[in-house]
Design a protein around this ligand. Structure first.
Ligand SMILES: [Zn+2]
Length: 56
């Protein structure tokens, strides 16, 4: 009897499905985009700045 000595399958960090090589470490382009958008969203947050300037 031989145990399969393979590394644990990589999983998509977004939805936990098995990742696809073409989109690694994600399972699809959709999840990759989602992660990218979330990352950009965080960058766009500007703490302490209010949109309260005089409107002319
Ligand atoms: Zn996914």
């Amino acid at each position: 009897m031989s145990k399969p000595a393979s590394a644990p399958e990589p999983r998509c960090p977004i939805c936990r499905k098995p990742s696809v090589e073409a989109h690694a470490p994600f399972c699809s382009a959709a999840c990759r985009d989602r992660d990218l958008l979330a990352w950009l969203d965080e960058r766009y947050v500007v703490p302490g700045k209010a949109l309260n300037e005089d409107e002319g």
